[in-house]
Design a protein around this ligand. Structure first.
Ligand SMILES: C[S@@+](CC[C@H](N)C(=O)[O-])C[C@H]1O[C@@H](n2cnc3c(N)ncnc32)[C@H](O)[C@@H]1O
Length: 302
C-alpha cells in the first residue's frame, strides 16, 4: 500500500537544496545504521503506534529523504537528534505526516455502507437525537463523506425517517490530512476511485479542474486531529465507530487497548467497523459479529 503523494523507492532520493546543489541522502553511501533504524522505530511507535517491521528502511528513505535534504540533515541520526530537541513538536508533526499511509477511497468496502444503511440507520429510524458516528482514522475524508452521502440518500428516499439526522466526527493523527479533508475538494485520481458519475453529479460541484463536496454533505462532518494512542474521554459517546485499515499498523497490545477504549466509547448495542482484511478476534470479547451484504460489523454486547 503506497500513500498518495508518497513514492516508494529503495534508493536514495536526490533533492535540490535551497543552496542550489543536489545532495543524495540515505543512499547506499550514507545508509541507515541498525542503531538509527531501531531508534527511529521506537520513536514512531511511541509517538503514533505505527510499527515499522524488519527491512522497512525503504519507507524512511522514500518518505523522509526530501525533508532531510531540505533541512540539511545528512543522516537519520541527525533527524533523530533534531526530533529530541524539537520542543514545540513541529518537526514531529511533519515526520508523522510523512510516515502515515493515507490510502483510502470512496465507499471502501461497500458492504459496510450497506449494513450502515439497512441495519443501523433503519434501526435508528425513531431516534430522539442525532445518530453519532466517528470515523476514527479518516485520512483525506472519503470515509466520513461517504457516510454522509449514505445518510443523505437514506433520508431522501424515506422522508421523516432518521428525524434528527446523523452527526459525524472525523479524526486522523495527520494534521495535514485533516486540513486537506476539511476543504472537501478532490482532484485527479481521487475523483474516480469508488464514486459513480451519478454520485459525483448529485453530491459534488465543479471547482476548476476538481470537484467540491456539496454543503449538505459537508455540514454533517466535523474534522479534528486526534491520536488513537491517546485518551478518548474528550470524544463523547458514539452509536457507530469506523476504525478501518489503521489497527494493522499497531502492535497487538496497542490494538487491544484501542479496542477496549472503543468499547467504552460506544453506546450499548453500538457498532464497530474495522477494515475487511482486519480482525478483532483474540483482542476483545466485548463484541458480537453481525454479518450482512458479504461484510461484517461488530456489535457491542449488552
Ligand atoms: C490507510 S488510512 C485508512 C483510511 C480510512 N479509514 C479507510 O479505511 O479508507 C490510515 C489512516 O490512519 C491514520 N493513522 C495512523 N496512525 C494513527 C494514529 N495513531 N491515530 C490516528 N490516526 C492514525 C493515518 O494518518 C491514515 O490517514
Amino acid at each position: 500500500m503506497t500513500a498518495m503523494g508518497k513514492s516508494a523507492s529503495s534508493h536514495g532520493v536526490a533533492v535540490p537544496l535551497s543552496s542550489g546543489h543536489v545532495e543524495t541522502v540515505l543512499s547506499e553511501e550514507t545508509p541507515i545504521t541498525p542503531r538509527e533504524y531501531r531508534d527511529f522505530q521506537e520513536f514512531l511507535e511511541k509517538t503514533c503506534g505505527i510499527r515499522l517491521g524488519e527491512k522497512q528502511e525503504y519507507l524512511i528513505v522514500s518518505r523522509l529523504s526530501g525533508l532531510m535534504a531540505e533541512q540539511g540533515m545528512a543522516s537519520l541520526g541527525h533527524l533523530l537528534e533534531a526530533l529530541r530537541q524539537d520542543a514545540h513538536g513541529t518537526l514531529k508533526t511533519i515526520v508523522i505526516d510523512a510516515m502515515t499511509t493515507n490510502e483510502t477511497f470512496w465507499f471502501r468496502d461497500m458492504a459496510h455502507f450497506r449494513i450502515l444503511s439497512d441495519t443501523i440507520f433503519s434501526g435508528a429510524d425513531r431516534m430522539h437525537r442525532p445518530l453519532r458516528i466517528w470515523s476514527a482514522a479518516c485520512s483525506t475524508g472519503q470515509e466520513p463523506y461517504s457516510i454522509s452521502m449514505m445518510a443523505e440518500e437514506y433520508r431522501r428516499v424515506r422522508p421523516g425517517r432518521l428525524p434528527h439526522d446523523v452527526e459525524i466526527v472525523a479524526t486522523d493523527i495527520s494534521t495535514r490530512i485533516v486540513a486537506e479533508a476539511s476543504t472537501g475538494i478532490y482532484c485527479g485520481m481521487t475523483l474516480s476511485r469508488g464514486l459513480t458519475a451519478q454520485q459525483r453529479h448529485r453530491f459534488f460541484s465543479p471547482q476548476g479542474e476538481c470537484i467540491r463536496v456539496n454543503p449538505e454533505i459537508r455540514r454533517r462532518v466535523e474534522f479534528r486531529s486526534m491520536n488513537l494512542t491517546q485518551d478518548f474521554s474528550g470524544m463523547g459517546r458514539f452509536d457507530v465507530i469506523f476504525c478501518r485499515n489503521v489497527l494493522i499498523y499497531f502492535s497487538n497490545a496497542l490494538k487491544k487497548s484501542i479496542l477496549d477504549k472503543i468499547a467504552e466509547t460506544l453506546h450499548p448495542g453500538g457498532y464497530l467497523f474495522v477494515g475487511s482484511t482486519e480482525s478483532i478476534s483474540g483482542f476483545t470479547g466485548r463484541f458480537e459479529m453481525v454479518a450482512g451484504h458479504g461484510g461484517i460489523a461488530y456489535r457491542l454486547k449488552d
